[in-house]
Each structure stands twice: as C-alpha cells, then as structure tokens.
Design a protein around this ligand. Structure first.
Ligand code: THU
Length: 155
C-alpha cells in the first residue's frame, strides 16, 4: 500500500490570532455571509478573496428551489473575480459559515466541486493560492497552497 500524500496547514484556535490583513479578509467574508440566500439549508457561507492588486472580492452561497441550480459561496466569488478581473491573481481565499446545518466544531471545508475550481484557479495563475478556513467554533486553518485541499486533482 502506498501512502504519498501529506497536508500542510497552520492551525489557530481563532481567526482573531491572524495578522491584520487576514483578519480583514475574514471580516469581509462574515459580512457577505449575511447576504447568502439559503432558505433550504439554512447554512450561510461567505467567501472573500484578496486579489493581487489588494482589493477584496466577496461572494455568498445562493440557493434555488431547483437545487442544483444554486451555487456555493467560493464559486460565486471566484467566478465573479474571473469575469471582472481576469488579469488579477487570487492571493488568498477565505471561507466562513453560519448555521445549524453543521455543528460548531465541524471543520468547515469546501465541497469537492469548489475544490476543483479553487485548484484550477491556482493552476491558471501559476502562483500559490492561500486558503483560510474558519469553522463556526472559530478554529482556523491556513493552507499555503490550494493543492493541499485536493489530492490527485483532475488536470
Ligand atoms: N456551500 C458553500 O457555499 N460552500 C461549500 O463549500 C459547501 C456548501 C453551501 C451550498 C449550500 O447552499 C449550503 O452551503 C449547504 O450545503
């Protein structure tokens, strides 16, 4: 049996221990989280992106009665960035969430489809895309590269 994958990340008890730039990014994600349209899951997710020119782009999950038609917060933010600022890179992506759908100590981690999109964003820009995951209990994991979130990515 081969075991050849390891995941590197920093672990914090709270996002409040991050440096100021990252704390601002987390706050932006919490703000946009309130704009989620999530009447079906009652789980509000906020994503924020720190772009290579310094601006912050945000997105929240948007659900639809025809379930597959909705979209996760991360993809709303990344696709907005790709649509409007195709020449900028994403330095850091931050994800937060609120709601009883997941218990507070459950690790907040992007779904598989979002990981694929995040992985390709990193691949396209040829520079590391940092990822900050903030669970509802404030536990915060910081990944230097999105590669650590998707072993054996497609392409
Ligand atoms: N959701 C996200 O926005 N991001 C993820 O990575 C996982 C799930 C949303 C989709 C749906 O609106 C709700 O959370 C419950 O799955």
């Amino acid at each position: 049996m081969k075991k050849d994958w390891s995941v590197s990340y920093e672990d914090f008890e709270s996002w409040k221990q991050l440096d100021e730039d990252d704390r601002l990014l987390v706050q932006a994600a919490y703000e946009v989280c309130e704009n989620a349209y999530a009447p079906y899951s009652n789980f509000k997710v906020g994503a924020s992106l720190k772009m290579s020119d310094g601006q912050i782009i945000t997105g929240s999950n948007q659900e639809n009665v025809a379930f597959p038609s909705g979209l996760c917060a991360e993809r709303v933010a990344l696709f907005y960035a790709g649509s409007n600022f195709p020449h900028l890179q994403v330095n850091t992506l931050c994800i937060v969430a609120k709601g009883p759908f997941a218990s507070p100590d459950k690790l907040l981690s992007p779904c598989g489809a979002c990981r694929q999109v995040i992985a390709q964003s990193e691949d396209r820009q040829e520079n590391d895309l940092r990822v900050i995951l903030v669970s509802q209990n404030e536990r915060t994991m910081v990944f230097t590269s999105a590669k650590d979130l998707l072993p054996f990515a497609f392409i």
